[in-house]
Design a protein around this ligand. Structure first.
Ligand code: HPA
Ligand code: ZN
Length: 360
């Protein structure tokens, strides 16, 4: 529910730098954020040195500058191959907490690629505890966002390893693992194969997320909802090609986690728009939003896509969304989050307080 009585608030934003400053300080929620996607190029260099992997700076640069979805998955695989023990994840979490705080992210649902950890025979519990300790401590000190976790399986690895991800998530649910998700290549294994997996996740009282309609078609989104019971869709921009699906998302209040810069860099936008060289202004976010499809804004993998959440709000403004619409989208992110209602209210009150102060 959007609190309509706040919508008269239109802060004095007169220039792009004022706008960026205003949005960077606005208390924000980010719902689609991969911890491993926050691994910065200089940290990859540090880790390569630690593990005696010879790496020239040109290679790091070249990989972090790649475009296209396959190239992105390759970058993700390569960059995460340097995360080998809990202290590596702890260091990454330190960077992440500081970065999120500095751009005004008050609450984040942080996705961990547990499917990848398991593939590499890592101790998921130990990694998780190292990560959680950092986020909990920085939040308690007022130096980082409040965080809940999503344990992600990898689509192309198939249902068996995904069940193991759920086992780990279920063990750690009381420590802030709120949801189970599925990422990776949606053109690999059909979602129908994951039905038993999502039944199990539901049985373990995990919230249900699916990356769908990023590079795949709108049927992926329908399957995520109809076959798996997805509560939110990662990306979901393929919905723009399917007006009936847009109606269904609106009526059933199933939100899309929209990551504009990611869509541009992975060329998911090229696929969905059937365009050779689309611009960020061609992104379907304004159309989805104005059609009443619930949406939020996220960065996905900010280090790999060279973005941050304030930047995504700025991009959305460039797409033609008014400040007031962007403020509604930020409120919606808190509404769509897996926060308990009392905590949600506290965050929304902090948003209102910021808006009230910036009015004067
Ligand atoms: N899509 C698919 N796989 C991913 C993503 C994504 O957005 N981020 C990290 N792995
Ligand atoms: Zn993602």
């Amino acid at each position: 529910m959007l609190a309509s009585h706040h919508c008269h608030i239109e802060p004095r934003v007169t220039s792009n730098s004022n706008l960026k400053n205003f949005f960077s300080k606005l208390p924000k929620a980010e719902l689609h954020l991969h911890l491993e996607g926050m691994l910065a190029p200089n940290r990859v260099a540090d880790l390569a040195r630690k593990y005696n992997v010879p790496l020239d700076p040109g290679e790091i640069h070249r990989r972090f500058d790649s475009r296209g979805f396959a190239q992105f998955l390759e970058l993700y695989k390569w960059a995460t191959s340097f995360l080998r023990e809990p202290e590596d994840y702890a260091r990454l979490a330190e960077d992440a907490a500081g970065g999120l705080r500095s751009e005004g992210v008050a609450y984040a649902e942080v996705t961990l690629s547990v499917g990848v950890m398991l593939l590499r025979k890592q101790d998921v519990r130990a990694n998780f505890h190292a990560i959680r300790e950092v986020f909990t401590r920085s939040h308690a000190a007022g130096q980082g966002p409040r965080v809940q976790y999503v344990f992600d399986a990898v689509r192309q690895f198939g249902p068996e390893p995904a069940l193991e991800v759920i086992e780990r998530a279920a063990e750690l649910r009381s420590e802030g693992v709120a949801a189970f998700g599925l990422g990776g290549d949606e053109l690999s294994v059909p979602l129908a194969d994951f039905q038993p997996v999502y039944l199990q996740a539901r049985k373990e009282k995990l919230r249900l997320l699916v990356h769908a309609g990023e590079t795949g078609g709108s049927q992926q989104i329908r399957d995520a909802i109809d076959l798996l019971g997805a509560e939110r869709i990662g990306h979901g921009i393929a919905a723009i090609r399917d007006p009936n699906l847009m109606m269904l998302l609106r009526e059933r209040k199933i939100p899309l986690e929209i990551c504009p810069t990611s869509n541009l860099r992975t060329k998911a936008l090229n696929i969905q728009l059937n365009a050779a060289d689309p611009n960020i202004q061609d992104h379907p976010l304004p159309k989805l939003y104005r059609a009443g499809v619930p949406v939020s804004l996220s960065t996905d993998d900010p280090a790999m896509f060279h973005t941050n959440l304030t930047g995504e709000y700025f991009q959305a403004h460039q797409m033609g969304l008014a400040v007031e619409e962007l403020l509604r989208i930020n409120r919606a992110a808190f509404e769509q989050s897996f926060l308990a209602d009392n905590e949600r209210r506290t965050f929304l009150a902090a948003v209102d307080k910021y808006l009230f102060q910036s009015e004067r």
